[in-house]
Design a binder for this molecule. Structure first.
Ligand code: ATP
Ligand code: MG
Ligand code: FE
Length: 336
């Protein structure tokens, strides 16, 4: 099955061609980060307009790089949510037009399912069931993957997403958007035990997370230090924050994996690229005899290949969309 996939949920315009959900022939990603950086975050209306401008040429580029034409496409997959409504509409409209013109099935995909499916591309032998932690810019989910199409939501953040917390802390340290990767880099030079930031919800029985208290603790620390005229070592702040955030994420995921007797933990979303998170997971996984998997770095953040993988597995599971498919900006995991 040859899949053409389109992703426009946020600020990446992306189109990919895949065979059977795991083999990527092309994955063209056009990022708008430079455009949004001067605003300190994504401006929805600007994002929609840029998607419209780039869409056609990105699709053509994906076909060219895969060395195929529209005639070779068997199904069209597209992100239907969650995401920015105007941005999603550009992708959905394009996907509908192509599927209709080619007379092939249209498969609307949950973007978060896509982040998880990025792992099927990187790890050719990966099969459900497994325990999964999704840590992206807008979501923090603890998930039990029961099949290729059944993702059971077990825990979530009560306030900020993990990536959002990284970006907000980075901003308070004077770093540009998106700050997650910069915190990661700075942490390598800092002492993670310099400041004892809180580990929210760690001792709690629930599988939920909370990051706004941790973010506030970092802000309070910075304000206090400034008032006292103390020198601030931003590497130490970055490393100490990262260690606190990471510890809660890792411990709760390990706890769920043990409860569900999972032999594999899969990490997904932009923050899955974080080196501190990966190292702590590998260390803890090693101790518990649990295999840890995460996508190759380029597949961690938004891209259409992961959407193509999710579209393929949904198509195989019989989930095909009608042409009245609409965007779902607040689509939850577990809903198609
Ligand atoms: P969602 O998928 O929830 O709609 P999104 O698509 O915007 O959100 P992703 O593209 O999955 O999110 O990830 C972007 C986030 O990942 C940003 O918050 C970014 O700072 C963070 N991020 C990327 N690389 C790293 C890293 N190495 N360390 C920490 N955070 C990172
Ligand atoms: Mg993005
Ligand atoms: Fe995303």
């Amino acid at each position: 099955i040859m899949t053409l996939a389109i992703e426009t949920s946020c600020d990446e315009t992306s189109c990919a061609v895949l065979k059977n959900g795991r083999e990527v022939f092309s994955n063209v990603i056009s990022s708008q980060i430079e455009i949004h950086r001067k605003f300190g975050g994504v401006v929805p209306e600007v994002a929609s307009r840029k998607h419209i401008e780039s869409m056609n040429s990105i699709i053509q580029q994906a076909l060219d790089e895969a060395n195929i034409t529209f005639k070779d496409i068997d199904i069209v997959g597209v992100t239907r949510g969650p995401g920015l409504v105007g941005a999603l509409l550009v992708g959905i409209s394009s996907a509908k037009a192509i599927a209709y013109a080619l007379d092939v099935p249209l498969v609307g995909v949950n973007h978060i399912e896509g982040h998880i499916c990025a792992n099927y591309i990187t790890h050719k032998d990966l099969e459900p069931p497994f325990t999964c932690l999704v840590v992206s810019g807008g979501h923090t989910y603890l998930v039990q993957a029961n099949s290729y199409t059944d993702y059971e939501l077990v825990g979530r953040t009560r306030d900020d997403a993990a990536g959002e917390a990284f970006d907000k802390v980075a901003r308070s340290l004077g770093l540009p958007y998106p700050g997650g990767p910069l915190i990661d880099k700075l942490s390598l030079e800092g002492n993670s035990q310099a400041i004892n930031f809180p580990r929210p919800c760690l001792e709690e029985d629930s599988y939920d997370f909370s990051f706004s208290g941790l973010k506030t603790a970092v802000l309070n620390y910075l304000n206090h230090a400034k008032q006292m005229g103390e020198e601030i070592a931003i590497e130490d702040v970055a490393a100490s924050f990262q260690a606190a955030a990471t510890e809660v994420l890792v411990e709760k995921t390990i706890r769920l994996a043990i409860e569900r007797k999972s032999k594999t933990i899969v990490v997904a979303g932009g923050v899955a690229a974080n080196k501190g998170l990966r190292n702590m997971f590998l260390e803890r996984g090693n101790k518990e005899g649990i295999d840890i998997k995460y996508p190759s770095t380029i597949l961690c953040t938004d891209n259409a290949a992961m959407i193509g993988s999710a579209a393929y597995f949904n198509y195989m599971g019989g989930y095909i969309s009608n042409f009245d498919l609409n965007v779902e900006p607040n689509l939850e995991l577990g809903f198609k």
